[in-house]
Structures are given as C-alpha cells and as structure tokens.
Design a protein around this ligand. Structure first.
Ligand code: IPD
Ligand code: CA
Ligand code: CA
Length: 261
C-alpha cells in the first residue's frame, strides 16, 4: 500500500510543480474567508489523487479538502490534502506538501507527506516506523524547553478564533531555544517525527491537515495529543513531541486558563 501511496504522492507532486514553476497558470480564489485560499493547483492535484485511488480502490471512501466526502459508508477512507501550505505555494515559497492518509475507520494505517519543491518524502505504516526519503527517522530526545526548537502555526487566527495561539506563542517563545512557523502543518508534524523540530503545536486544524503527518510523527516515536493531553485532535488542538517534552509543554499550556479550542 505504501508503494502505491508514494507513487501517487510523487505524481501529484509533479503536477503541483507544473503550476508552481509557471508552466500552467494558477488561478487563486478565496474560499470561506479572504485569507483561506484555493488555487487551480489544489483542485487539479486532488482530482489526480482521487482518480488514482478510484482506479485502484473504487469502493473506498475519500475525504478531500477540496472535493469533500464520498463513499462515506466504506470501512476504508483516504484523507487528502492536495497542497498543504497553499499560502506558501501561491507565493512561490517551497514549504508545501501533498498529504495522503489511508485509514480503516478513524485509524490511520499509512500516511505520506511529500514536499515536491524540497524533494522530501515522509512516509509511515502503522506499527512499521517512519522514513524520510526511505531512511528511518526518530523523534528527538530533547527534554528541556530551553533547548527545544519548535514549530507552530496560526490557523486559529485565520479562522478568527478569539481564543487563539497568540496568547501561548507570546508567553512560551521566550522559554524555547527556537520557534518556526513554516505554513504546512503536515510538514511540521513529519519533521517533528524526524527530530528537525523537537515539538509542534497548533489549533483550528482540520483532519486532512494532520492525518498523515500525525501517523508519521507517532511512528517515529513522538506522542501526538490534543492540547489537553487527550486524543481529540485536531478538534481540541494538536501537539506532537517526545514524551518528556510533551509533559512540560502540556503543563505550560494547562497553566493558561483561556485554552478552549
Ligand atoms: C494550512 C497549513 C498551515 C496551517 C493552516 C492550514 P492549507 O493548510 O496546514 O500550516 O496553519 O491552518 O489551513 O490551507 O494550506 O491546506
Ligand atoms: Ca492543509
Ligand atoms: Ca490544502
């Protein structure tokens, strides 16, 4: 299954790059709010992924960011974010990824996150570990906030949430060694699995933002939880870190009473 998913992700990445490199014009529209964009590339890439899945698994369910839910009665479901990081994509910033997760019910069985402009492919199968360009990856062992290089995002601000990440960001940033905001939750989760980041957290994400990246992070040894320490992610926020750092970060968030995602 992972071989099929990698091949589809790479083909989808090639399609995305024809828009990214200007060979195809990439019309951009706002969907929902003016800050939430969808481009011709998002739609074309998702159509290609759906076509390949339907060719091979016609009865499976599909939940795509741009095309919605189909075959919802199937026990198997594909969760697709064709371009995670559209804001980057449309500004020619290379930090974006194709994200595909294969699930049985709500349980991800396999996931791929492919950044075509960076030529980085992260993949995982449940119970079989995670890889970065076919090399095994492991989450970091960093246990001190002051030594932690973290990543986060501001989906909640874009979504207009009154209770959002700004409160935590401004209070926690001085506790950390470094923090980055890359604009692709899927890549942030995968790179936390690779130990590039010691921890990642965000709020107001959707299942298609995190389904593949969360499996990759977990299979690499990170814990993935909601911001109350439970398993209701991404609805209640999402955080990924090794166990020692997760405890410290959750404790810190717990101290901030206004958390309600
Ligand atoms: C976005 C990215 C970003 C996150 C946004 C998401 P999109 O996905 O994952 O990191 O902060 O909230 O919407 O919209 O580019 O697919
Ligand atoms: Ca996304
Ligand atoms: Ca997207």
């Amino acid at each position: 299954m992972l071989g099929f998913m990698k091949a589809v992700a790479r083909e989808a990445g090639r399609t995305a790059m024809t828009y990214f490199e200007g060979m195809r014009s990439n019309e951009v529209h706002a969907k929902g709010s003016p800050k939430d964009l969808v481009s011709a590339a998002d739609v074309a890439v998702e159509q290609l992924i759906v076509k390949r899945i339907r060719e091979r698994f016609p009865g499976h369910g599909i939940f795509g960011e741009e095309s919605g839910i189909s075959n919802s009665g199937s026990e198997f479901c594909w969760i697709i974010d064709p371009i995670d990081g559209t804001q980057s994509f449309v500004k020619h910033h290379p930090f974006f990824a194709v994200s595909i997760a294969f699930c049985e019910g709500r349980k991800p069985l396999a996931g791929v996150v492919y950044a075509p402009a960076l030529n980085d492919l992260f993949a995982a199968e449940a119970g079989k570990g995670a890889v970065w360009n076919d090399e095994p990856i492991h989450a970091s062992r960093c246990s001190e906030l002051g030594e932690a290089a973290c990543a986060t995002g501001f989906a909640c601000v874009r979504a207009g949430r009154k209770v959002n990440n700004l409160a935590y960001f401004s209070r926690i940033v001085s506790q950390l060694r470094d923090i980055k905001r890359s604009g692709s939750a899927a890549l942030d989760l995968a790179m936390t699995g690779a130990g590039v980041y010691d921890a990642y957290w965000e709020m107001a994400l959707q299942p298609y933002d995190v389904a593949a990246g969360a499996l990759i992070a977990e299979e690499a040894g990170a814990l993935v939880r909601d911001l109350h320490g439970g398993f209701h992610y991404p609805e209640q926020g999402i955080i990924a870190a090794n166990p020692a750092l997760l405890v410290k970060l959750l404790g810190f968030f717990r101290d901030l009473p206004e958390l309600s995602c």
